[in-house]
Every structure is written in C-alpha cells, then in structure tokens.
Design a protein around this ligand. Structure first.
Ligand code: NAP
Ligand code: GDP
Length: 318
C-alpha cells in the first residue's frame, strides 16, 4: 500500500516523542510515514524555520509535543519563559499547519493547567474556569490558548485541530536534570546518585503529601495513536489513569526506593514547595471510548523506568 499519511511529530526526541516512536516501530502501518523532529531540525519558536520544516516534510498530520517543559521548581522561577516560548511554538505550528493544509493536528495540554480552585474530579469542560495555580501560570495560559486556537481555527476555517490532556507522565528518555526535572525523573536521579555514593538518606522535596496521577509514557503513546487515528472532536480529551490510581509523592518515593532495593531512610524537606495539592482528573470521556484500555501497573512501570535509567544514565538528559 502506498504511503497516504505523513505524520510529523514535533518534540519527537522528548519523553513522550520517544515513547510514540517505540510504539509506532512495534506496530508499523504501511500507509503511514512518521517523522520525529528534534530542536536541531529547527527552532519552532521561529516562524521561518518552522515553515521550512513543514515545506520539507509536507505533513498531512501533526502530533505537536514540542514545548518548554519542566517540573514545579523550574516553572516557579521561569514563568515568563514558559509563557513566551510555548506561545510562539504553538502559534507557529498551528498557523503553518493551517497554511499548508494539514488535515489533523493533535496538540498537548496537561492536567496542571486547570483552575487551581475547582471541584474534583476535573474534566475537559473546566479548562478555562478560573486562574491556574500561581506556580505555573506561564505554562498554563500558553497551553490553555491551544484549546482556544483549536476552536477558532475550526470555527473560521473548518480545521480538525484537537488536543489531549495527559496527567503527569514518566518513563524512559525523561529529563533527569535536577534543576528542571519533574518529580519521577528527579527522584530516580537523586536515588541513583545516592546509591552510587553509598548514602543512607533519600531526601524528597516538600511534605510528600500532594497527590498525583502518573501515566507511563508507553501507555500514553498508545492512547496518542488512537487519538490521531480515531478521535475526531475538536474538544480536548483527558488521557489519564483512573482516579483510584492517584498516589501521594510519599508513595511514589517508596515505589522508587523499592525498585532500587534501597534500605535507607526517606526524609522530606518541608522547606521546599509542594505546588498544587492535587489535580485529580476524570478519565470518564476516555473510558467511554476505550472502556477496556489497560494501563501498565504503577510498580511495573516505575521498575521499568528505573531499569532504563540504570542502563542509560550515562547518555540520559542529566
Ligand atoms: P520533553 O521530554 O522536555 O521534550 C520536549 C521536546 O520539545 C524535545 O523533543 C525538544 O527538542 C522539543 N523542543 C523544545 N523546545 C523546542 C524548540 N524551541 N523548537 C523545537 N523543538 C523544541 O517533554 P515531554 O515531557 O515529552 O512533553 C511532551 C508534551 O507533553 C509537551 O507538550 C508537554 O507540555 C506535555 N505534557 C508533559 C507532561 C509530563 O509530565 N512530562 C505532562 C502533561 C503534558 P530537543 O530534544 O532537541 O531539545
Ligand atoms: P507538578 O506535578 O506539576 O507539581 O510537578 P512536579 O513533577 O515537579 O512535582 C510534583 C510534586 O513532587 C511536588 O509536590 C513537589 O514538591 C514534589 N517533589 C518532591 N521531590 C521532588 C523533586 O526532586 N523534583 C520535583 N520536581 N518535585 C519534587
């Protein structure tokens, strides 16, 4: 069968992009050609370099993952950069997708962009219902505007531009830089370094009480492929594990300690911020479409992620 779809993945070298690449390789389809971009292919904050990329690959479909992404502490100190970089990237990718006749764009929001003061569980209808948590307002407003743009491109030009809303993601190829990382890669890196030094005290930032839903990047990748191929609403869809799978940061630290067979002490540095207490999201909409989707069990997914880091830490993003 001849190739009929050219799928361009922006941010193809990141945590989510690498997971999608792995799933695509394991279930190749003859009518799909995939292109995974890194920032070395061009700066998506720049209109002209973005246009060149689209003219080179002539995509029929786009999965837009590229973003300035970071954990709580990086967001707190760089709200302006998160706002501007993401606004520019998103506007260039969506506008050039429109100009070059891309059939479908799937962009990425996040459950951390929802209103800070809200009812739980949060669902897809609540994205714009109040200010986000102050720790990450730059990232949040830039991401919220993707949903506004998707609706405007649809209304004015009939475009099928949609978005997904993942909860916290983790897995191989994450960012392990302690200044900018999310909690899972941050704690994996910290415990890895501690075990190498023979240390006894594993320090977790904050109180350990906040609650999070964590999705394994390979599960998210499978769901992304389903959205690209089957989901045809402009409205966003939350891609999250079930509400009952929410865990505390303390439970997460214990799971990582188990995976390393760490026998020392876990302590909490309560002088550091907790960020949002919780952002419990409902995956009822996803479950309506895919009632039988099975998420990888959390301990197995953490164990695989730790194993990956043990085997790859020398070349990982540290
Ligand atoms: P990531 O690992 O940090 O990867 C970011 C990707 O974006 C990399 O491929 C990077 O390229 C690319 N990129 C960054 N700035 C760029 C620029 N100016 N021009 C071109 N490319 C650029 O991020 P991720 O965790 O995979 O996140 C993917 C998407 O999921 C993002 O939209 C994020 O907002 C969303 N999301 C993530 C999480 C999470 O917990 N990680 C949760 C919810 C939603 P290089 O590798 O070349 O630098
Ligand atoms: P968030 O889910 O958007 O808040 O982002 P993070 O993944 O950065 O943080 C989640 C929670 O983990 C917050 O409550 C942090 O206080 C806590 N945490 C504990 N240790 C760490 C760490 O080493 N790095 C990060 N980023 N967060 C940590």
């Amino acid at each position: 069968m001849a190739t009929s779809k050219v799928i361009l993945v922006t941010g193809g070298t990141g945590l989510v992009g690498k997971a999608i690449e792995k799933i695509v390789q394991s279930e190749r389809r003859a009518d799909e050609k995939w292109v995974f971009l890194s920032s070395k292919d061009g700066d998506l904050c720049d209109y002209n370099s973005t246009k060149k990329i689209f003219e080179k690959h002539r995509p029929s479909h786009v999965i837009h993952l590229a973003a300035m992404v970071g954990g709580l502490f990086h967001n707190m100190s760089h709200n302006l950069d998160f706002l501007r970089n993401n606004l520019h990237m998103n506007d260039n990718v969506l506008q050039i997708s429109f100009e070059t006749g891309v059939e479908k764009v799937v962009s990425c929001l996040s459950t951390c962009i929802f209103p800070d003061k809200t009812q739980y569980p949060i669902d897809e209808t609540m994205v714009h219902n109040g200010p986000p948590h102050p720790s990450n307002f730059g990232y949040s407003y830039a991401k919220r505007l993707i949903d506004i743009q998707n609706k405007a491109y649809h209304e004015q030009h009939g475009c099928m531009f949609t978005s997904v809303v993942p909860c916290n993601v983790f897995g191989p190829f994450d960012n392990y830089n302690l200044e900018s990382s999310h909690v899972v890669p941050g704690l994996i890196r910290k415990l890895h370094d501690l075990m190498e030094k023979g240390g006894e005290t594993f320090t977790v930032l904050g109180t350990g009480k906040p609650l999070r839903q964590f999705i394994y990047s390979l599960d998210l990748a499978r769901l992304f492929l389903w959205v690209l191929r089957e989901y045809n609403e402009v409205e966003p869809i939350i891609l999250s594990v079930d509400e009952k799978s929410e865990v505390s940061i303390k439970e997460l630290a214990e799971e990582i300690a188990n995976a390393y067979d760490f026998k020392g002490k876990i302590v909490f540095d309560t002088s550091m911020a907790d960020g949002q207490y919780k952002k419990t999201a409902s995956n009822a909409k996803l479950r309506k479409y895919l009632p039988d989707f099975e998420f990888t069990a959390f301990p197995a997914a953490i164990s695989e992620s730790v194993q990956w880091y043990k085997e790859n830490y020398k070349n990982a993003r540290n």
